[in-house]
Design a protein around this ligand. Sequence first.
Ligand code: SF4
Length: 613
Amino acid sequence: MEVLFRFDKPRLHQDKMMEDIYNAISQRKSIFINAPTGIGKTDASISACLSYALKEELDVFFLTPKTSQHKVAIEVLSGIRKKFNVNVNYIDVVGKRNLCVNPRVNMIEGEPFYKACEDAVKGKRCSFYTKAKESGEPGQSLAEAGMSGHNALFAESFDHGLCAYEIAAKLAKRSNFIVADYAHILNPYTRQTFMKKIAHSLESSIIIWDEAHNIIETASSYLSSSLSLQAVEYASRELMSIGSSIDLGYMAFMLEELAKGKIKDGHEGEAFVDKKDLPPALSDNLEEICDQIEKAGMEYISRSGAKRSSLMHIARFIRALNAENDSTIRIISRRGKAVKLSVSCLYPSESIDSIKSAYANVFMSGTLLPLGMHKELLGFPEAHAINYKSPFPKENRICLLDSDVSTKYENRSAEQYNSIASKISKIKERVHGNLAVFFPSFDVLESVYRYMPYEVGFIQRREMRSFAVEKMIRDFKQGEDSMLFAVMGGSLSEGIDYANNVIKGIIIVGIPLEKPNLELNAKIEYLNKRFGMKGNEYAYTIPGIVKAVQASGRAIRSESDRAFIVFMDKRYSWSMYKSIIANFMHIEEGPNYISKISLFMSGSEKMRSEVNK
Ligand code: SF4
């Protein structure tokens, strides 16, 4: 096995990982990998897959759930190309909107953007498109830009007056390595068009799925949508502003009637909606209705200069509402005066089936445990599955349990919140350095905060805009003795790198289990039927624990980082949860855990040797 690896020497476990991936794909098998932070998954997977693909004349896709994660893959490919001078042509492909250089169109957001682009192309009003189509093969400068990342390609294409998306597609056609988003392959509405445009097939491609624990949820999101009375009201105002004769009164009437018929008058609640409960006119003239609404939406955008339109959202919702699928449910809900109809996909079968047609898949993540569950959910019973150990020194982390409190719903009380707040402040007194406290929900965060004896410097708020979150992270990282309160499963607890040991300790308060509701119950029932009574585990307990593990992993990002983690909830000692978390870490139980924190913080040799035992 000859592997193209950009560094002189692999890290601990990294060489084994490359070998395992290479062996699996050379048997045309897929592989599931759980690899903690620090092994160098991106390098290992790209090196192994690219080496095999070049030998067998296959293509490779490296897919990520977020565009921001492309950069590291591009760096790996650039390093390999420089070191080995091999015949690898790669390209960074992102969503069309991020590569649109037309200033009249690229300011439009969401669905309307795609429609505006389509209209501009059909009406021959996009000179960037016309020039890109007529320009023949992209030259050296564009190819080099494509290999430097999508921002460079955007700038270079703009300078040449060319649509960067069309150029990316042309470059992708002749590339044997494509870095792209999950959506390019998982979105059933766009997958085929994309693959045809770049002239590649899944059958002759190896796909690397980064952060693979997100696949099912991401694929389901493309088939889910919701519509509120408020959105219908906004859309009606848009229609009025352009003097349209379309009347959306029947949509509002439908929502109100469904709520009236299914939820007790004056009460809050939710209920399933059958397809037969929907007005037949909505499905009989589906395309006609959606086309008319979309046209009105585009007219509203062009006349008002707005970036988005509720009308476009309504058209998308009507299509989702009419989806024929045994895994789609419809739910009407009323909270206060707000009425909402939701369409939710319980299991994205079609997207999952398409993945199976690939030559081989590499599914990798730092939280892909239990591997058996992911193999089963994605339908790869024959795939290889390997769990790698952390390459970081064991003594750099202690995980402790406080089983005196719980945020379990029936245990929630002022007394519990007070007790949690007092424990957090006692821990903080022992720590000189930043402390991050993660909560299962905003409700619990706010309730505990009320009892804190002092101000907390950094608090994640509901509906916080992304720029405010980014600023808060920057400020928190600069602090030396601050405290952060945030929720699990959010942008401050997942996919974020608190580098340079900026966090000295993490407290996980409670378990971030999803709030039981009709959708969750339906999902559990669906998975019970499909996977033999494992619905509760697969849809409820494991995802909750994984969110806690994700949050707990924020502190230690390199070999030299040291941090303690306290799990504050007695349920972590219950066998049901303990057995799941044991896949990821060992939590020490026992009294006086706060004194262990002091010992750990002082770096005591005694403590280190105890942890090492
Ligand atoms: S063709 Fe390209 S440049 Fe023109 S509107 Fe569409 S994405 Fe933008």
